[in-house]
Design a protein around this ligand. Structure first.
Ligand code: UD1
Ligand code: MG
Length: 460
């Protein structure tokens, strides 16, 4: 498939109308208290339109700059633009910066004398303190700005990785540094470092368990895990963006449950913040998805994987729902644990572990890693045991020594279990798995949790 760099006239017209409608909506939100959620939706529409057209226009420019990759699972391994996630990240960051005044519109109006209260007779303390700015929610602004800072840092890491292919062990911990701004805001704003003990264990450990500084380590670990785990559940068209979209939609669903609660919920602000971050993310991701789904016209690059993972880490940490977040990452957690023998080099790890394309059948098969030297006896016994359990596929020579083993990724395991299949079918099945696991996770979070915790914070 060629890589058209122009928008068709239908596309231009649709994107233009969408943008105009969104601008109209934004202009109209400056009434009363302002309607930041509606403005955020309109910003997301603009995010979609802007990323969609820029991905199209910038494709050839990226290729010329060397930002391109070979689509390995096709008969003609054509080169297509890579690092398109950078376009999304930049559009997202600019829009989220432009959005800053909106959630604070009401407070700005109230805190300065511009809100129709010019006739109010100023009392002496107001004269002394100038305006009412002490009432301005500086802490919310701090959350917002720290989120932007963390996302910017991680986008720079992603772009660096796409440009220079940074080694895994070097880039692994960088998201932890990028998360420092949000951890500081968490420290000042929430400072909650206790976890609730499940009811059956409360007689032994008490109601709450103080994790102290370990809680910050745990949050830094989330910031490392989310970006990296998306980056390694990758390698077939559309999978990186699709999994991120599913997680984002499920988080939005979770946020909406809180907003629709029939009473003012104490966590409403956190979930509103999460929506402000997620809606434009969905906007840019849908535009990328359009171009990255099978047959891909662009690749997302590591930039997108890091950026997407960090968006989730940021909302999970600042929204104080990191455990719920992890329930939406079940396939990624499995893939990470399953991959660990290769990540820690107990099993050899080739540069690419994506499924192998069989040009004769047009189907994907599990890819393998070759053992130059036979594995140590203990490793060999474990691998053969896993082979018997159908958790891996190994090939042995006549002497019974392992010469090949399938790469340890969820995608390859799926192919071991269910046999070779087309690239788009594999992607669709893994996305379906993500949806099912995520919905199950949310169900567990809000329903089954009541069996082991005294209350779910949605039911007071
Ligand atoms: C991670 C994985 C690697 C996997 C790669 C695929 C680990 C430790 N690393 O590496 O095993 O092979 O992602 O993204 O698990 N590509 C396709 N089709 C696609 C997407 C990517 O052919 O749909 C190929 C392209 O050649 C593209 C390249 O993968 O250029 C991108 O790989 P990159 O993101 O740089 O790999 P890593 O993230 O380092
Ligand atoms: Mg990658």
């Amino acid at each position: 498939m060629s890589v058209p760099s122009q928008l068709s006239s239908t596309e231009t017209l649709s994107l233009l109308s969408l943008s105009l409608a969104c601008f109209g909506i934004i202009a109209n939100t400056f009434h009363g208290d302002g309607e930041p959620l509606i403005a955020s939706l309109a910003f997301s529409g603009i995010a979609f339109a802007a990323s969609f057209s820029m991905i199209r226009w910038l494709g050839p420019t990226f290729m010329k700059a060397g930002l391109k990759g070979k689509d390995m699972s096709k008969v003609h391994k054509k080169e297509i633009p890579e690092t398109m996630g950078a376009v999304c990240a930049v559009v997202y960051l600019l829009l989220i910066i432009m959005f800053i005044p909106f959630p604070f519109y009401k407070d700005i109006v109230a805190a300065t004398s511009g809100g129709g209260n010019r006739d109010v007779v100023l009392e002496i303390h107001v004269v002394e303190t100038g305006r009412f700015l002490h009432r301005f929610p500086h802490s919310k602004l701090a959350s917002y700005l720290s989120a932007i800072l963390s996302l910017q840092s991680v986008s720079i890491l992603g772009i660096g990785d796409d440009l220079f292919d940074i080694r895994w062990r070097h880039k692994f911990f960088i998201p932890a540094f990028a998360s420092i701004p949000i951890l500081i805001v968490y420290f000042v704003d929430f400072g909650v470092t206790q976890i609730v003990i499940p009811t059956p264990l409360q007689p032994y450990f008490g109601e709450l368990f103080e994790l102290g500084p370990l809680y910050y380590l745990y949050m830094a670990a989330i910031a490392i895990f989310c970006p990296n785990s998306i980056n390694i559940l990758a390698g077939i068209n559309g999978i990186e963006v699709s999994q991120s979209l599913v997680i984002a939609f499920l988080l939005v669903l979770n946020d909406t449950l809180y907003l629709l609660a029939p009473y003012p919920h104490p966590a409403t602000d956190s979930h509103l913040f999460s929506l402000y971050m997620l809606l434009p993310f969905i906007g840019v991701s849908l535009a990328l998805w359009w171009h990255n789904w099978y047959p891909a016209r662009v690749f997302v690059g590591d930039t997108y994987c890091y950026f997407a993972g960090m968006v989730f880490a940021v909302v999970g940490i600042l929204g104080h729902f990191s455990k719920t977040l992890l329930l939406l990452f079940i396939p990624q957690i499995f893939n990470f644990i399953y991959s660990s023998p290769q990540l820690f080099r107990i099993v050899p790890c080739p540069r690419h572990r994506l499924p192998r394309f069989n040009a004769r059948t047009g189907l994907l098969e599990p890819s393998v890693t070759e053992w130059q030297h036979p594995p140590k006896p203990t490793v060999a016994t474990v691998l053969k045991g896993l082979h018997k359990l159908h958790l891996i596929r190994v090939t042995t020579n006549r002497e019974g020594q392992i010469i090949e083993s399938s790469n340890l990724t969820l995608l390859n395991l799926w192919l071991v279990w269910f046999g070779p299949r087309r690239e788009d079918r594999l992607a669709a099945e893994i996305v379906a798995l993500q949806v099912v696991c995520g919905l199950l996770g949310l169900f567990v979070r809000h329903r089954l949790a009541l069996w082991i915790f005294r209350s779910d914070n949605l039911t007071v």
